[in-house]
Design a protein around this ligand. Structure first.
Ligand code: MN3
Length: 221
């Protein structure tokens, strides 16, 4: 064995794979500690991918679908694997969106996205306040999202567990994970403090790229 290779769950054989973190695990310090990032990505996200591939192993037609298409057709997924696809496919999509929009320096969005935030969400400060309040009041585990329509219109919404607006064929501009595993090591039960500090690491360039892709019809997950 090579030194430094860590024990991990067996590599999943299947169509879906764990995307690497696009920066060092410490990149979001001090707002999100490196250990949380590492466990969250390497263990939690990996488990969603592994379990999704396992659920689909005898369902080649479903396994061949792009993830956002599969998630928009949950009612067509056989009942025996529907919950597994919902939870683990949703988890894979949510976390695949989540990592790339962090690793930034916060601030606020400019350009077309900045204008849309003012037009649809009452401005940047009001968006933050409403998003944080929605995330804080989501009981138990879940996500808070800003969705984006094809015409660029923005809205704040939440979902329980690993559910995602992709189930309804909507598109996510960005979102924050309010499962305890996203913040407990550093913040314990102080979810509002985590929500407030999370904005310090948002990469608005990445979110703006997602906004442009949504308007072009090319945003997937
Ligand atoms: Mn998570």
């Amino acid at each position: 064995m090579t030194r430094g290779v860590r024990a991990q769950a067996p590599a999943a054989s299947g169509p879906f794979s764990l995307p690497p973190l696009p920066y060092a695990a410490s990149a979001n310090e001090p707002s999100i500690d490196a250990q949380t990032m590492q466990i969250h990505h390497d263990l939690h996200h990996r488990a969603y991918v592994t379990n999704l591939n396992n659920a689909l192993k005898d369902h080649g037609q479903l396994a061949a679908m792009p993830l956002e298409v599969l998630l928009s057709k949950l009612n067509e997924v056989p009942e025996g694997i529907r919950t597994a696809v919902r939870n683990n496919g949703g988890g894979h999509a949510n976390h695949s969106m989540f990592w790339p929009i962090m690793g930034g320096k916060g601030g606020s969005p400019g350009g077309e996205l900045g204008e849309a935030v003012t037009r649809d969400l009452g401005g940047f400060d009001k968006m933050k306040a409403d998003f944080n309040a929605a995330g804080a009041s989501r009981f138990g585990s879940g996500w808070v999202f800003v969705t984006v329509a094809r015409d660029g219109k923005l809205a704040i919404t939440t979902r329980p567990n690993q559910d995602t607006p992709l189930f309804e064929g909507e598109r996510v501009l960005f979102g924050n994970d309010v499962w305890e595993h996203a913040y407990y090591l550093k913040y314990q039960n102080r979810r509002p403090e985590y929500l407030a500090n999370w904005w310090n690491v948002v990469d608005w360039n990445k979110v703006s790229e997602r906004y442009a892709a949504a308007k072009a019809g090319t945003l997937t997950i």
